[in-house]
Design a protein around this ligand. Sequence first.
Ligand SMILES: Cc1cc2nc3c(=O)[nH]c(=O)nc-3n(C[C@H](O)[C@H](O)[C@H](O)COP(=O)(O)OP(=O)(O)OC[C@H]3O[C@@H](n4cnc5c(N)ncnc54)[C@H](O)[C@@H]3O)c2cc1C
Length: 268
Amino acid sequence: MNDEFHIHHFVEDGMNSDTTVQQVTQFREIFGDKFQVGVSLARYTSARVGGPAEMFVVVKRAKGLQTAVSLAYNCNIPYFILGGGSNILVSDAGISGLVIMNKAKAVSFRHSGAHMVCTAESGMNLSSLARQCIAKGLGGLEWAIGVPGTVGGAVVGNSGAHGGDMNGNLLAATIWEPGKGARVYSNEEMQYAYRDSALKREQSRPVSRRVVLTAELKLTPEPVEVLMARAEGFTARRKQTQPAGASVGSMFKTRLIITPVISLNRPD
Ligand SMILES: Cc1cc2nc3c(=O)[nH]c(=O)nc-3n(C[C@H](O)[C@H](O)[C@H](O)COP(=O)(O)OP(=O)(O)OC[C@H]3O[C@@H](n4cnc5c(N)ncnc54)[C@H](O)[C@@H]3O)c2cc1C
C-alpha cells in the first residue's frame, strides 16, 4: 500500500475524517522505517487472524510510546496499543487509525527496605521478566511464568495465574492520559478486580484511552532454587491444562468494542 492517498478513519464523535499525507509524513519523519501503512496484524496476535492496521508504528522505548500516542491524539487519529496480541481478536476489516506496537522493554531494579522494586517498561514480555526476576533471586512474579503478553497488557487486564496477579505486584504505574500527559498512578487508582481494572473498563472507547508506559512491581528476595522449583511446578501445571502451539487460550468472557477489535478475558 502506498501513502499517496487520504486515509479515512473515524474520530471520537463518530464523524468521518481524513488522515492526510502530511500526517503520514509527520509520523515517518519522527519514526523513520518503524512507521508503515497497511500492515497485516495477523502475525502479531495469538489467534493469528486479523486484517491490516491502517497505520502501524513500532516503539522501542516508553518515551517513543508516549511520543506516538501524543502525536496520534494531537492529530485526532484513533490509536490502539498492541502488546503481545494475546488477548485480542482483530477483525478481517483491520483497524482504522494508528496501531502502536509496544516493544519498550527496559527494566531496572532498586532496593526499597526489605523489598526490591522492578521498574519495567510496558512492552516488556511478562514471562521473560518473571524469569529474569527468578534468576536474580527475586520472588513474587513466578505466577507470570507462561502467561503470554506484555507488562502493559497485564497491568490493564490484571493478569494472573496460580493464585497471583498483577494487583498483588503493582506498586504504581506511569500512565499517559489523553490531553493531560503522563503521571504516576497508585495501585488503588487502578481499581483492580478479577482480570479487570479501571483502564480495562474504558476500553470500549474508540479513541482517547489511557496508556501504560511503565510499571513498578514489588519483589521479595528469596533463594533462586526455591523460586525455580515454584516456577517449574507452575509450568508443569500449565502444560497439563493448556494445549501447545498457537492458541487463543480459554475464553469465558468477551468485551465487544467499537473499533474492530475484541478484547478477550479468560480464566487462568
Ligand atoms: C495461550 C494463552 C494463555 C493465557 N493464559 C493466561 C493466564 O493464565 N492468565 C491471564 O490473566 N491471562 C492469560 N492469557 C491472556 C493474556 O496473556 C493476558 O490477557 C495478557 O495480559 C495480555 O497482554 P498483551 O500484551 O498480549 O495484550 P494485548 O492482547 O496486546 O492487548 C490487550 C488489551 O490491552 C491493551 N493494552 C496492551 N498494552 C497496553 C498498554 N501499554 N497501555 C494501555 N493498554 C494496553 C490493548 O490495547 C488491548 O485492548 C492467556 C492468553 C493465551 C493466548
